[in-house]
Design a protein around this ligand. Structure first.
Ligand SMILES: *[C@@H]1O[C@H](CO)[C@@H](O)[C@H](O)[C@H]1NC(C)=O
Ligand SMILES: *[C@@H]1O[C@H](CO)[C@@H](O)[C@H](O)[C@H]1NC(C)=O
Ligand SMILES: *[C@@H]1O[C@H](CO)[C@@H](O)[C@H](O)[C@H]1NC(C)=O
Ligand SMILES: *[C@@H]1O[C@H](CO)[C@@H](O)[C@H](O)[C@H]1NC(C)=O
Length: 482
């Protein structure tokens, strides 16, 4: 999904100041039990996109605001600590409206001319602001860059335009006069990855479709899972030949979970599952529930609240844009549906676009910005670093708990308190003598919680009513990077 072009309006947006917490903790402790021996999926991380020129809103911010917004998104001690950036690979010959321009504005007449080193590529060194965003993200330690094309350039498609659906010429069911463009499209994607590499960014994951079950007036390309498999069988060896063996192919960014399940099944039937890193889904047309049958990892790569008006609330009776609602959404995907990554739609957007709805985490308008609690819901997951393995967590009434063992040995525990009153949480994790915790509610954003360590090793801290708390357990010399 994508918003329409907008113009800027200026407004005052002070950051909510927060006072040091002094949570009253009097009730009996709720025991949450962690079992490090029960292991589930490996986490790739949490992220957002700056696609459709939204990254330019950050590019155009002046000091010190630009640094403040980057810290909010990427800083692992003061912000959300996001670890994945999803970039859109442009397919439009120009940058009209908010479209993303392609590196191949003019196609040659035959597909064979489009090699990885074709002289007709037009790399502008900006990529709609996304290169800048990626370079800044990398400075914060981000290592996962998911580049995803909404469409192939129009000349490679059955409808000869990058918009309004159409299919890639050469996949099953197509018959284009201009020929088979599968190899050309793969070469073009390799060229894009190489331009990023030359600019210091290693694209780690590559997608060639976005919502291929949806045809619309902006960049879009139709595909079934079977047709996607036709292309994956060309793309994988093309990446390998270009020494891009470590770049994972993601597919297919379906509009919803049930279509993603069909894609997974069709890709497996076509014998291409082993060439896929992650089956990717959005949550627009069907929400995430249950698990997808696949040996690949599963990522949620784009979702947001498209209906609600701009809201910075943590809890407003379960509003679709509430931070608390989003905390539950991310939690559900990771704990109940085996997701290895959860990626929000836009990190930033202006006021005018889509009547200032909630499809962004931070409202950036000219030189002012305002932060939603959705960002702080994601920040509660920042203790979970890429490569962490989810382990078992249970116990406590009105509590949802998830635990993860980070690669540095530290243990992250993320807990949502669904109760309408504050609770005290007690976690006994033998062998981890250091415990820190942070909490978020209506008036706090990852505020430091007072943690008490009992002589039996139980770490206790209070979580506010309808609040969220994240613990990080470490040993001396371990887990100090978060
Ligand atoms: C994150 O924020 C802290 C506190 O302001 C700062 O010291 C640190 O340099 C920031 N991290 C990065 C990578 O910029
Ligand atoms: C791939 O790496 C090999 C070995 O380093 C090198 O000989 C070859 O030229 C590389 N190929 C490309 C396309 O970069
Ligand atoms: C969870 O995902 C992993 C891959 O990340 C897969 O191996 C495993 O079978 C999945 N488990 C379930 C229950 O779907
Ligand atoms: C850090 O954690 C790892 C894994 O649990 C452990 O093997 C290592 O000894 C720890 N290092 C220190 C300095 O505590």
């Amino acid at each position: 999904m994508r918003a329409t072009l907008s113009h800027l309006a200026v407004f005052a947006a002070p950051l909510a100041a927060y006072a040091a917490p002094s949570l009253e903790v009097r009730q009996a402790s709720q025991k949450v039990t962690i079992d490090l021996t029960k292991k589930y999926q490996t986490m790739d991380g949490f992220g957002f996109s700056g696609a459709f020129q939204r990254a330019n809103l950050i590019v155009n911010l002046q000091a010190p605001k630009q640094r403040e917004v980057l810290d909010l998104l990427f800083n692992t001690t003061t912000g959300a600590g996001f670890s994945i950036v999803r970039n859109g690979i442009g397919s439009t010959p120009n940058s009209n409206s908010d479209f993303m321009n392609t590196i191949l504005p003019k196609c040659p007449s035959t597909p064979a001319e489009v090699t990885p080193t074709y002289s007709g590529y037009a790399w502008d060194g900006k990529d709609s602001g996304q290169l800048f965003l990626s370079q800044r993200a990398q400075e914060y330690g981000v290592k996962t860059f998911y580049a995803d094309a909404w469409s192939a350039p129009g000349c490679m498609k059955t409808n000869n335009q990058d918009t309004n659906g159409g299919q890639l010429c050469g996949v099953s069911g197509t018959n284009c006069k201009s020929g088979d463009w599968k190899q050309a499209y793969a070469n073009y994607l390799v060229a894009y990855v190489n331009f990023y590499a030359a600019a210091g960014i290693k694209v780690t994951h590559l997608g060639f479709l976005n919502e291929p079950d949806f045809s619309t007036s902006y960049a879009s390309m139709q595909s079934s899972g079977t047709q996607a498999a036709d292309f994956i069988k060309v793309l994988r060896p093309t990446l390998d030949r270009a020494n891009l063996t470590s770049v994972g192919i993601n597919c297919c960014d379906a509009t919803g979970w049930s279509v993603a399940g069909q894609h997974a099944q069709q890709i497996a039937s076509a014998g291409a599952e082993s060439m896929v890193y992650a089956i990717t889904s959005h949550e627009y047309t069907s929400r995430i529930s249950g698990t997808i049958r696949t040996n690949a990892r599963v990522w949620q790569t784009e979702y947001s609240d498209l209906n609600g008006g701009w809201s910075t609330a943590w809890y407003s009776n379960g509003g679709t844009g509430d931070g608390f609602t989003w905390a539950n959404t991310v939690f559900n995907g990771v704990v109940n549906s085996n997701l290895s990554a959860y990626i929000f739609w836009e990190g930033v957007q202006d006021r005018k676009t889509n009547n200032n709805n909630n499809e962004k985490l931070i409202l950036v308008d000219g030189q002012t910005y305002q932060v939603s609690k959705r960002l702080w819901a994601f920040a509660q997951f920042r203790v979970v670093r890429p490569g962490a393995v989810r382990v078992a967590a249970s116990g406590g009434s009105n509590l949802k708990s998830a635990a993860f063992r980070n690669t540095d040995g530290s243990v992250a525990v993320v807990i949502i308190n669904s109760a309408t009153s504050a609770q005290t949480i007690g976690i006994a994790l033998p062998g981890y003598p250091i415990a820190s915790a942070w909490y978020t509610d209506n008036t706090h954003d990852m505020a430091v919680a007072a943690v008490t360590l009992a002589t039996d090793g139980t770490a206790s801290a209070g979580v506010p009513a309808r609040g969220m708390i994240s613990f990080l357990f470490t040993t001396p010399g371990n887990g100090t990077t978060v």
